[in-house]
Each structure stands twice: as structure tokens, then as C-alpha cells.
Design a binder for this molecule. Structure first.
Ligand code: PMV
Length: 348
């Protein structure tokens, strides 16, 4: 009799952190809690074929945008093995992963968050189809968030709609290091009007990976100060959200991204991921806000690309600014339009 083969497919978005996670300890435990929102319109679509393994320790195969990717295969293989303690039956299967992004991979637009969350959703669903009760007491999305975290910390936050928090903090009840929690229920309507126009100035993979960046935080001289700052910023974020304080929101997003890059500059060895064009964009966005009073600002992740954050109510003046000023620094063909998204979707 032919052994049963399972095919499961999910589409999942990247996310953008407003309070950033930077630095971790073993077991994917974050140095500080973080909060982010999922991006609309950008996604990784992943299909996983689960075939009973014919011999122990068979490697998983992974195809990215149709091309077999050896580097990703090694990382995926290590990831799948790291899940065996929580999902023992997984060891009896060979996984063939077909994954595709509709945005640049490895360029600091959180492709690891969308990639690992899509794969984790497939694996959580596979456990459900096998009737194996992994992570008892967790909901389906909490299980997926836990499994996603094991691949990439920020991926834990990509399984929910809207905003979510990952990491232990007294600021949110239930926030913990094992999985992210959804805070959409606390989110007033105005936040659904948040737009993120991503200005891609550099779409090549980054020179220092996030894994290496997290490692350089372990003995970073500013680690204690960063933990205090992140905790204060989470408190600030919570009241900004409730009070619908748009100017304070963009200032916080900017402060957090400048801190992230300052931590990279002051690591040992220090490094930077921004490019001259990144800095030109930041200066132009600041000038726009300061000269018009429009609550718009920037965020940057671990990469050179700029997330231009603005609100729907200011569309007209923002589009004029984009076309009159930013287009001269970064051409419109390099813009990705996004906003607060509604989270992953299962593909039938
Ligand atoms: O999840 P990782 O290991 O790719 O870390 C990325 C962390 C940042 O994107 C820089 C910040 C964040 O909280 O998403």
C-alpha cells in the first residue's frame, strides 16, 4: 500500500516592528519584548509536501521561487529538527517545501518572518491533520506562532491580523516569550488607516545577517540600557495606541529604528546596513513632517530599505510629497505599497 502523502499550503505576510526585538538567548528567547503589525499585500506562499521518510534523518528539500536553494535547505533542515521535541511524529516525514515571495528576499523586509510563519502554519496544520496534540492548551494560531518563533523570532508575530506583541512584559497581560499574542481587539479604528510605503533602495541580501546581529547583542555594552528603553517604549506604545496619538506613533517608530541601527554601529565589530540613499530618504521624510505638521515618519528594519509610515487621511499631501521629493531619491518602480494587513490565509 502506498504511504499517505499530505500537501498543505499557506500564505503569510512579513511584519514591521514599531518596538523592535534585537538580541536573543538560546532557545529563541528575546532580550526584550516587541510589537509589530503585519503588512498587507506582501507575502510568502508556501506549499509543504509531507511524505513518510524511507530512512531516518532524510534532508528536507526547499525551492525558493522555483529554484532549489542549498543555503536555505540547511537552515530549514536544522529548523525542522528543532521542532521534533514538540512534534515527535514530524521526524517520520520528509518535507518538500516550495516557497515564493512577492517581494525581495533577504533584504530586510522580514522575508524570514513571512517565510517561517507560512511554514509554521503548514506544520501546525499538519499536526492537526495527524491528530497529534502538540503544545497542549495552545490555540491553533498560538501553536503556529510558537513553531514560527523557533525559525525566526519576528516570525512569531506574523500569524495574527493587525498588531501583535511577542516577549514577556508586564505591559500586556499574557505576553510571553513562547509565542506572540494578538492585540487587534485593543486597536482603535484609526490604526487600520496606517499605510507603509516601502522604499527599496537596496534589494541585495544584507552583508551581516540578523542571526549574527542578535549574536553581537549578547555582550553588547548597551544591553541593559536597551532593555530599559524597550520596556519604556512598550508602555509608550500602549498609550499611543489607545489615545490615537499619531504624531507620537511616528516619533516612536523613528526612535526605535534609529536605536536598532545605533546598536549595530556600536556592536563589536560594528557595522551598518543603511546606504547613502537610506539617509537621504530619512532626512527628506523628517523635513516633510517638520515643515507640514503631517504625522508621517520612517521605520527601518535590519536592512537599507525605508518604511515610510503615513495615514490615509493625509493621502493627498503625502502622494504629492512622494512624487515631488522622494521619487528623485528612490524611483516609484522601487516602491512597495502596504498597510496594516489582516494576516495569513490558508490556500485550498
Ligand atoms: O526574527 P529575526 O531573527 O529575523 O530578527 C529580526 C529583528 C528585526 O526585524 C530587526 C526587528 C523586529 O522586531 O522585527
Amino acid at each position: 500500500m502506498k504511504a499517505k502523502r499530505y500537501t498543505i499550503s499557506w500564505k503569510s505576510p512579513p511584519n514591521l516592528a514599531i518596538v523592535k526585538y534585537w538580541g536573543k538567548t538560546d532557545g529563541q528567547i528575546p532580550m526584550n519584548a516587541s510589537v509589530s503589525f503585519v503588512l498587507d499585500g506582501l507575502h510568502t506562499t508556501t506549499r509543504v509536501n509531507f511524505t513518510p521518510a524511507t530512512s531516518a534523518g532524510e534532508l528536507a528539500g526547499i525551492w525558493l521561487n522555483g529554484v532549489f536553494d542549498q543555503k536555505l535547505a540547511l537552515r530549514t533542515d536544522a529548523y525542522i529538527r528543532s521542532l521534533y521535541p514538540v512534534f515527535p511524529s514530524l521526524a517520520g516525514f520528509r518535507l518538500e517545501v516550495h516557497t515564493a515571495n512577492n517581494f525581495p528576499h533577504g533584504a530586510g523586509i522580514a522575508s524570514s518572518a513571512s517565510g517561517f510563519s507560512a511554514m509554521a502554519l503548514c506544520i501546525a496544520e499538519f499536526a492537526a491533520q495527524l491528530n497529534e496534540e502538540i503544545l497542549p492548551g495552545f490555540t491553533f494560531l498560538q501553536k503556529a506562532s510558537y513553531l514560527a518563533r523557533m525559525g525566526s523570532g519576528s516570525a512569531a508575530r506574523s500569524v495574527y491580523p493587525g498588531f501583535s506583541v511577542w516577549g514577556e512584559t508586564p505591559v500586556w497581560e499574557g505576553a510571553n516569550n513562547a509565542f506572540a499574542i494578538e492585540i487587534a481587539g485593543e486597536t482603535p479604528h484609526i490604526w487600520r488607516q496606517l499605510n507603509d510605503t516601502i522604499l527599496v533602495v537596496h534589494d541585495a541580501p544584507k552583508t551581516v545577517s540578523s542571526s549574527e546581529g542578535h549574536r553581537r547583542m549578547q555582550h553588547h555594552p548597551f544591553v541593559d540600557g536597551r532593555k530599559i528603553q524597550a520596556e519604556n517604549n512598550l508602555k509608550r506604545f500602549k498609550s499611543i495606541l489607545a489615545e490615537e496619538d499619531l504624531p507620537a506613533f511616528v516619533l516612536l517608530a523613528e526612535e526605535e529604528s534609529l536605536t536598532l541601527h545605533a546598536l549595530m554601529l556600536s556592536a563589536s565589530p560594528g557595522y551598518w546596513l543603511f546606504q547613502p540613499l537610506t539617509l537621504q530618504l530619512l532626512a527628506a521624510i523628517r523635513h516633510f513632517r517638520e515643515s507640514t505638521g503631517v504625522p508621517a515618519g520612517f521605520s527601518i528594519d535590519a536592512g537599507a530599505n525605508v518604511h515610510f509610515l503615513w495615514f490615509e487621511r493625509d493621502r493627498e499631501v503625502v502622494l504629492r510629497f512622494l512624487n515631488d521629493a522622494l521619487a528623485h531619491i528612490c524611483p516609484p518602480s522601487n516602491w512597495l505599497w502596504s498597510s496594516v494587513g489582516s494576516g495569513p490565509v490558508k490556500i485550498e
